[in-house]
Design a protein around this ligand. Structure first.
Ligand SMILES: [Zn+2]
Length: 364
């Protein structure tokens, strides 16, 4: 983990917010990386370039990819921060460079990143294409996996705002999964290592965001890339960047993902994986989907067309190169078991006044 001041020094300030496309990242590639650190592995469906950045020259090989889902940019911002950090003379950066060789694909799905969609230009979810490999992006990742033969894979994603941790009202700001490699979800050496690394990261994150780390359900799906790479005998970790209070641009979560990845690399570099018990992995609470962006309780008190509670979600919509958050009603009824990132209770006069003044009421 590095201090907030140190992080502020290395954060890639040219890339912020939710809309991150290849056009945004190209100046970073051109100006901040040496020519021999970056290569083009191939092209997407719409012939955008897919780049790979290599950092370090050590024996432990780590493959990372981000924005396999084009609208999931938080981890891309975190890996650019990571690249800036790894170029420094910090002792930990030097250690990682000398013990590890990293290959990082910051934007695996540049067409989806451009259009701000989960899927690629053929409307295929690349994270369900691991067996068919019907898409050029899937082939590029798999070809690199086969030639590089990594020891670890980091599969970097964003998750929606709906996830809470366990039974608590805390958002899952970061979630992890050590993907299963078979239907019965056995634990072999590779999967155990994934779990140990997650335990190491969780310990660090609990200091920064106590109670805000979740674990994903580990049901097996061979079409998912993480499950497939785990099947191939490579320790794979799914990272999910999630919601932090009022951080819809995910600039705070970006920093937590950076710290988590750094901790994983540090643990691998120090070879102290065995300090962490895979049993503790199962102590991380599973995610549940109990959040709305806005929860309006007792809405019938202000408008009789509604039954008691309203759960509102924002749809992220690309408008003029910016992401707008458009509210819609997701669920109505008794939502007493749910949570809101923002809450109104229409039995309270101050909430009614605030709600009536807000744009939200007009748009839903
Ligand atoms: Zn994703």
């Amino acid at each position: 983990m590095i201090s907030k001041n140190k992080y502020d020094e290395i954060r890639e300030d040219s890339i912020t917010g939710r809309y991150v496309s290849l056009d945004h990242v190209m100046p970073f590639y051109m100006n901040k990386l040496k020519n021999d650190a970056i290569e083009v592995l191939g092209k997407s469906v719409e012939e955008r370039l897919i780049h790979c950045v290599t950092m370090g020259s050590g024996p432990i090989k780590i493959l990372m990819w981000s924005q396999m889902h084009g609208n999931e940019s938080t981890t891309t911002k975190a890996v650019l921060d990571l690249l800036n950090y790894l170029k420094t003379d910090q002792p930990n950066a030097k250690l990682i460079r000398s013990t590890c060789t990293l290959k990082i694909l910051p934007i695996l799905n540049p067409d989806g990143a451009h259009a701000y969609t989960r899927v690629n230009a053929n409307q295929i979810d690349l994270n369900r294409d691991a067996q068919d490999r019907s898409q050029p992006e899937s082939l590029i990742l798999r070809t690199l996996f086969d030639s590089f033969q990594p020891d670890y894979c980091f599969n970097l994603h964003d998750q929606r705002t709906i996830f809470n941790v366990g039974k608590s009202s805390k958002p899952a700001t970061v979630s992890f999964l050590a993907p299963a490699f078979n239907e019965v979800r056995s634990i072999n050496d590779n999967r155990r290592k994934s779990m140990q690394l997650i335990v190491a990261m969780n310990q660090q994150l609990q200091k920064l965001i106590p109670g805000q780390v979740g674990r994903y359900d580990d049901s097996f799906n061979a079409n998912c890339v993480g499950d497939t790479f785990q099947m191939q005998g490579v320790s794979t970790i799914l990272f999910e960047a999630g919601h932090f209070k009022e951080d819809y641009k995910r600039e705070k979560t970006r920093a937590y993902i950076f710290q988590a990845v750094l901790m994983a690399l540090h643990t691998v570099s120090e070879s102290n994986l065995e300090e962490f018990s895979s049993d503790d992995y199962f102590e991380i609470p599973e995610n549940q989907k109990l959040f709305f962006d806005v929860l309006i309780r007792n809405a019938n008190k202000v408008n009789t067309k509604y039954t008691n509670d309203i759960g509102v979600l924002f749809k992220e919509t690309l408008v003029n190169e910016e992401i707008q958050f458009i509210a819609h009603i997701e669920k109505m009824g008794d939502l007493s078991n749910f949570f809101g990132h923002k809450n109104y209770d229409c039995t309270l006069e101050k909430d009614c006044i605030e709600l009536k003044k807000s744009d939200l009421w007009k748009s839903i």
